[in-house]
Design a binder for this molecule. Structure first.
Ligand code: S3P
Length: 461
């Protein structure tokens, strides 16, 4: 890849590179939301589609790929490692892959921008190959802990040549010459850690095993199996999984259909629940059980969400969801649910601000190491908009009054797309408009967010 750490690559849509210019926005009290929408392809599956395409010999076609900035960074990295990645049409991509063991050493820095998933999964891929690569990103990515990925990779034979303080980006690694298969117990439930170890293990002789105390999203396992790898997943303890991969498989390209991202669907869903009179349908939302903790929680809060048709698309369960404005009530959200809704807490906190009573979300420590310290960013956003709340240890307690939240605040988004979208959703139903200081990072995961919400009736200025 030719560009250096401070450049921003180009979007297929051209105009929406995050960081290219700060774009404040505000959302105001909106009429009832109505209509049908389809949110973009799942971000997790989109990254993995390009990575699997890189690691299989021959042509992988992908439809429904999320064409957000984060995924485009992974596409650029796949090219730098030797794949040919072509954009065929909206959401349609073709990857001509190199195969496990044959990746090229990238010529320049791999700049992942804002993307934790792309950078961490690619560290695993690179780790399994005897090549040297420098991985970097924007100011948000540079703050995020990478030791959680480097620790198991070191055990597999990866050398960390350099890293910024605290095992952070920019960092340079030399992948293993003879990759060592390991059994690794993850220190926190994280699909990114699990996936990095499995991707590295692809080029190890023998079996690589990852054990997690609480099951995280299983897209890597499912997609590796779909591409012909020998991989098995067993229950482990009360909520955990043990995943075992046989190394050096011959991965066979298969067509991939990317389902709609439940983490993006969360925004129109919560918006419809809190804007009085709303009724919308969100089409083909992925209902993978390891991704729908938010839906479970909203139903417990009394949300009127109806599945219209559950079916299988592209190997994942999907459903159309009809959502109506609802009188929500506060609930307790147990810590063990966190992996299945880890990215949805900011928008759940917004729903909780409109509910009656207390919503307590337990065990949110991982929110502190996302694109921003999301626990603090959410608390600050609630404070700015007059919503009573408290952080107790790693728990967030939001006290809703069962009426419109006051609003009227300006929210600091800290380069975090989900903070920006969550508080814009809040503004659609608040007494006074809610402002966010920068919407440019929304392009990392949901470039069409504002137009889509506007079509449903949302008012932005
Ligand atoms: C992701 C896993 C999650 C999630 C991230 C995407 C993935 O991170 O927050 O947005 O695609 O594997 P962790 O696995 O580190 O919790």
């Amino acid at each position: 890849m030719a560009h250096g750490p401070s450049s921003h690559g180009s979007s297929v849509h051209g105009s929406s590179a995050p960081g290219a210019g700060i774009r404040p926005m505000q959302a105001g009290k909106s009429p009832a939301l109505s209509g049908t929408c389809t949110v973009p392809g799942d971000k997790s599956i989109s990254h993995r589609s390009l990575i699997l395409g890189l690691l299989a010999v021959g042509e992988t076609t992908v439809s429904g790929l999320l064409e957000g900035e984060d995924v485009m960074r992974t596409a650029a990295a796949a090219r730098a490692l030797g794949a040919t990645v072509d954009h065929l049409g909206p959401g349609a991509w073709r990857v001509l892959g190199m195969g496990v063991g044959t990746l090229l050493e990238p010529k320049g820095v791999l700049d992942f921008g804002n993307a934790g998933t792309g950078s961490r999964l690619m560290m695993g891929v690179i780790g399994g190959h005897p090549i040297t690569a420098t991985i970097d990103g924007d100011a948000s990515l540079r703050k995020r802990p990478m030791g959680r990925i480097l620790d198991p990779l070191r055990k597999m034979g990866v050398e960390v040549i350099s890293a910024a303080d605290g095992n952070r980006c920019p960092l340079t690694i030399r992948g293993a010459h003879d990759c060592i298969p390991i059994e690794y117990v993850t220190p926190v439930p994280s699909a990114q850690i699990k996936s990095a170890v499995l991707f590295c293990g692809l080029n190890a002789p023998g079996e690589t095993t990852v054990i997690e105390a609480e099951a995280s999203r299983d897209h890597t396992e499912k997609m590796l199996a779909y591409f012909g790898a020998e991989i098995r997943s067993e229950n482990h303890g009360a909520h955990g999984r043990k995943v075992t991969l046989k190394g050096r498989p011959e991965l066979t390209p298969r067509p991939i259909v990317v389902p709609a991202d439940p983490s993006s669907a969360a925004f129109p869903i919560v918006a419809a629940l809190i804007v009085p009179g709303s009724e919308i349908t969100v089409r083909s939302v992925m209902m993978n059980p390891l991704r729908i903790g938010l839906i479970t929680t909203l139903l417990e809060m009394g949300a009127d969400i109806t599945e219209l048709e559950r079916r299988i698309e592209g190997g994942e369960e999907v459903a159309d969801l009809r959502v109506r404005h609802s009188a929500l009530k506060g609930v307790f959200v147990p810590a063990e649910r966190a992996p299945s809704m880890i990215d949805e807490y900011p928008v759940l906190a917004v729903a909780a601000a409109f509910a009656s009573g207390e919503t307590r979300m337990n065990g949110l420590q991982e929110l502190r190491v996302k694109e921003s310290d999301r626990l603090q960013a959410v608390a600050d956003g609630l404070a700015a908009n007059g919503v009573q709340h408290e952080i107790v240890g790693d728990d967030l307690i939001v006290s809703g009054k069962g009426v419109r939240a006051p609003g009227g605040g300006l929210v600091a988004t800290h380069m975090d797309h989900r903070i920006a979208m969550s508080f814009l959703v809040m503004g659609l139903a608040s007494e006074k408009p809610v402002g966010v200081d920068d919407t440019s990072f929304i392009a990392t995961s949901f470039p069409d967010f504002v137009p889509l919400m506007t079509r449903l009736g949302g008012v932005f200025s």
